[in-house]
Design a protein around this ligand. Structure first.
Ligand SMILES: NC(=O)CC[C@H](N)C(=O)O
Length: 228
């Protein structure tokens, strides 16, 4: 089954995401954001970058791209949909995931390695990880502070929708941006739409400094094989 990687004007992690998908044997294609149909695709990635130059708010304009109607339709039909960094911002702006990504508390664009704890392994994106496994992944964002009102946060906790949390590991790491609940990634109630701020596609080969992101892609590959 083919995976669509949507390219918005200003996306800059589209090729990396396609590379990470193809390394694990998936067939991935870049799809320009004006495309009206995603017929034939079994999963969708919204990659990182600066869609529409982050004008207004990161992800706020991309939600109006023609392809987003199709992304919404696939999400509603239960297809795996994943947003990485700017893609996560687009998913919250489009209402496909709850909450919002606000400016980092330090008001700086922040590039560094962080540590994440895997909170769920029963998802099409996380089945190859161990419960509570700690991953080392890079972040690179200016608007990554996860925010939601108390009621939404309580619902996320109750439904186990928090998939990744920033943690300290051997005295390093911790919450890099002020996200509530140390939230680095969440999933929708149904479990098929995932958004995360760190970049797993930048950590799939030892030459990149970490291979901890690979599990996202191998998990998805197995999930799509069972769907096919
Ligand atoms: N790497 C990214 O996707 C960056 C996301 C967004 N442009 C931000 O700075 O928050």
């Amino acid at each position: 089954m083919k995976v669509a990687v949507i390219v918005f004007p200003g996306s800059n992690c589209d090729q990396d995401t396609r590379w990470a998908l193809e390394r694990v044997g998936l067939k991935a294609e870049l799809v320009w954001h004006t495309e009206g149909s995603l017929e034939g695709y079994g999963a969708v990635f919204l990659p990182g970058g600066f869609s529409y130059g982050d004008y207004l708010r990161a992800g706020a304009l991309a939600k109006f791209s023609p392809v987003m109607g199709e992304v919404r339709r696939l999400a509603q039909r239960g297809y795996p949909v994943m947003g990485i960094c700017n893609g996560f911002q687009v998913l919250t702006e489009a209402g496909l995931l709850p909450g919002a990504l606000l400016a980092n508390t330090n008001l700086h664009y922040t590039c560094k390695e962080v540590f994440l704890r895997v909170e769920r392994t029963d998802l099409p994106f996380t089945s190859d990880y161990r419960q509570a496994q700690v991953l080392r992944l890079p972040i690179a964002h200016g608007e990554g502070r996860y925010y939601a009102d108390e009621e939404t946060l309580a619902r996320l906790e109750q439904n186990r929708q928090i998939v990744f949390r920033y943690v300290e590991h051997q005295g390093q790491g911790g919450n890099p941006n002020g996200s509530l609940g140390d939230i680095a990634g969440i999933v929708n109630e149904r479990g098929n739409v995932l958004g995360m701020m760190p970049h797993p596609e930048r950590a799939v080969e030892s030459v990149l400094g970490s291979v901890d992101g690979e599990g996202i892609f191998t998990s998805l590959s197995k999930a799509l094989a069972t769907l096919a």
